[in-house]
Design a protein around this ligand. Sequence first.
Ligand SMILES: Nc1ncnc2c1ncn2[C@@H]1O[C@H](COP(=O)(O)OP(=O)(O)OP(=O)(O)O)[C@@H](O)[C@H]1O
Ligand SMILES: [Mg+2]
Length: 1010
Amino acid sequence: MAELESLEFGKSDFILLDEVTMEQFMENLKLRFEKGRIYTFIGEVVVSVNPYRQMDIYGTDTIDAYRGRELYENPPHLYSVSDAAYKAMKRRAKDTCIVISGESGAGKTEASKYIMQYIAAITNPSMREEVERVKNVLLKSNCVLEAFGNAKTNRNDNSSRFGKYMDVNFNFNGDPTGGHINNYLLEKSRVIQQQPGERNFHSFYQLLRGDSEEVLRSLHLQNDPALYTYTREGAAATTSNNDCLSHKAVRHALQVIGFTEKEISSIYETLATILLLGNLQFESEAESVFVSTPEFLVHISALTHTDPGSLRTSLLCRTVATGGGDVIQKEHSEQEASFGRDAFAKALYERLFAWIVGRINSIIEVKNYNPVLHGKNTVIGVLDIYGFEIFENNSFEQFCINYCNEKLQHLFIELILQQEQEEYEREGIVWEHIDYCDNQIIVDLVEQQHRGIISILDEACLNVGQVTDTICLQSMDNKLSQHPHYMSRQLNPSDKSLEFQKHFRIQHYAGEVTYSIEGFLDKNKDPLFQDFKRLMFNSSNAVLQQMWPDGQMSITEVTKRPQTAATLFKNSIIALVDKLACKEPYYVRCIKPNELKSSVIFDDARCRHQVAYLGLLENVMVRRAGFAYRQPYERFLQRYKMTCEYTWPNHLMSNDREAVKAIVSQHGFDQDVEYGRTKLFVRSPRSLFSLEQERNQLIPILVLFLQKVWRGALARMRCRRMRAIYSIMRCYKRYKVKAHFWEVERRFANVRSMSDYGRSLEWPQPPAALSRFHKITVILYKRWWARQVVKNIPPSDMQEVRSKVAAFSALSKERKDWGIPRAWERDYLSNTRDSPQTCSGYIQFYKELKNKNEFNQVLFSAFCRKVNRFNKSSDRALLLTDKYIYKLEPKRHFKILKRVPLDMLTGVSVTSGADQMVVLHSFSQDDFLLCLQGGLLSPNQDRVGELVGSLVHHFTRVRKVPFPVNVCSSSVQLHMRGKPKTVTVETRPSINMADFKKTKDGFILVCPAN
Ligand SMILES: Nc1ncnc2c1ncn2[C@@H]1O[C@H](COP(=O)(O)OP(=O)(O)OP(=O)(O)O)[C@@H](O)[C@H]1O
Ligand SMILES: [Mg+2]
């Protein structure tokens, strides 16, 4: 229903008119045309007005908007019906057809092309190659058929001069698998003659104007249509067609469709043959007729691949069978020869056209179809047939065309009414009959057995002897005098618009048409001498031979009269109507807005006439007879439920029908509706409008509401997602921590039994959250590890270890070498390995000292170089016990030269270098300055560290008092008998033993370089 369109553009569906009058109808049609809305619905029928300009409404965006949508969801469009037909076909497996009708130039062919394009665009989303090929052939076939079947007429530059019904087959997927084209009554008389200002079929001009010199030469043609009798009339006609470009497109299309090169050249040879035939002249001399332009004869025989002699004979004579069964040749008169030539030209073109259609069909026909494997094969048919025609001079062709339109109109009435009636019946609605103009009577006038015009024509054709058109007209007058839709001058002598013995008039549904009987009989008989058929069948070109299979028959076989053109046409149209009737029909009713091909003129009278004869107003009335609008309950509810408190957002009633009743009651139009079994029927559009209006008012509120709900939903979604993220993060962190613990546990599980207690193990990288914890763990581990190591140290070694620890903390940062790797023996003076010569003497001395109870423990003893305040340096022994410091003279049995209580020591100074200088500071400011000497055990190794470690350990651990250690980088300060002195250290390569030298403010310790 296209409620989406605003009222500014009129009503998008004519059934929404307030009153169904011609005035309102026309007003709406005009308003929409002027606003560029060329399509309007009548229910499911699309009324289309030719815009005569390129409209931007057929692009892929539009296709997407209509794809799979319901009819009422979008503004009216060809795509709406196309999609409806496609959906019905796909969803309900129904065969459907789209019937496009309207007069010449109303836009039927264009509409059919857009419909095909739409179907092609929405199918085969998976781009299967075979389906794409079929689609391509179907689309390209249009271009070829238009070239050969369309011509410029005074009403339409691209008028279809044949009827076309194209079936497209679909598989269960809804993809096209093939198709079939039926063509109806090609207007072949156009090949030999055109009305003033009109052209022959496009194909001739395209060939002459579009092909290369070379090709034209090979076809014995020149590139000027004015040179050929058959194309002369249209040679100067201006058209919107570009023959040259079109020719290239047609050649390309032929190739794409699958015509072979041989076939394509045969097509153009046939066209050339026809053009040359037109120029072929006859002359008579003394009773005998001859071809006055023999050069054409030669060319034609070359182009048709026939024997020149046979060609000449076929043109000049006819073979007839005598009563006795003999066969004789009868020469033509000049007039007969010309007539025969023209008939031959027309037949050549007609057969060429039929052959092209047949060839396309053979290419697109559904192959290897197996219903069991492939499911139901459904079709969509598209009918684009010539529209109703009224010319100045209406002949046999117009009679046929208008009869065809009459049939289609009848089908339209029948189907639309029938459907409507069936729907009411199905839904259990009481239906009141509506009067509409039934054209059955006019159809009967034409096609009724024995009494119809076609029968009368056939009868006249059957009669041997000189039955003329005039006699035939008389016969019609006799038989049809009582018919209300038939008229002639004979029957109404006062009607001066009709000529005696020439005109008859039919009151068609679309208006009165006056036909001229001249030529009716000939055209109906459509005679073609059998000689031509035989000639062509005997052509050495297989393609031409295929076009003329009936040339095979011998002359005695063909004496039986063939069916007349009118009967053939009637039968084909009856078959067509039958075919359409069994499909679900969709209609496009085309209207031509003016005769000038103008995009702005809306010719009121002309349009009104078309609306009248197309029965559009009746269509609206029938549609609204009871009910302008119907909709399944479910869908109605969906659309209007927001207008009623009981149904919004969801109803609690027993079924949708009850809910719909609630809506209807709330709006107070119970009297205006009927409840069908599955649908609600609304009588007047006004009720619907009130609903629509209310809906429109509510929509913005609903939109806000939906936005609110949706935003809330979005926020909740986001929140849930964040929560999920956090809990994932939490779990992951927990996992990482656990994984770290597990890993630590795994790596350190056996440290107790490892020889190094896991010292060599590498710690796993902890997660960031555990970095502090990790540090503490490592410290704890190290403590544990130390404890394990310390635990294993024998008590005898403990003193050494502790001294080393003390030395480590006092020196390690500032002094490179402090003797850590060495075993610390402490009492070197008593050590036999270190001082083998002096140790016995010392031990003697030591025992005495011990006996005097002068100490409990020796902290350190070693030889040293010492300097005194008189700058005298000499070798001495140093003994440190837990009570005193002793300076001993080794050479005099370790005589005590000086004894100072240990309490007197205030600290020790050493240098950061490798020298062995030690300054022991005392409270009395009489410091010891000495340089330790290594014994045999460790001649060149450091003993300073051991001395410092022993002292520090003793003071801090045993006496529990701090003991400062001063590590000097350059000079060391000390006092001797209260006097400050400075000692520096210097290395000299030339000396072997370290010794003190006097300086101005103290001493210098000179050390050997190594
Ligand atoms: N939808 C459209 N958009 C633009 N131009 C159109 C449209 N429909 C028709 N026309 C124009 O109108 C011309 C005639 O249309 P078309 O050939 O489809 O008429 P027809 O109804 O098939 O006539 P006939 O019965 O003579 O074949 C086209 O050549 C084109 O210029
Ligand atoms: Mg057409």
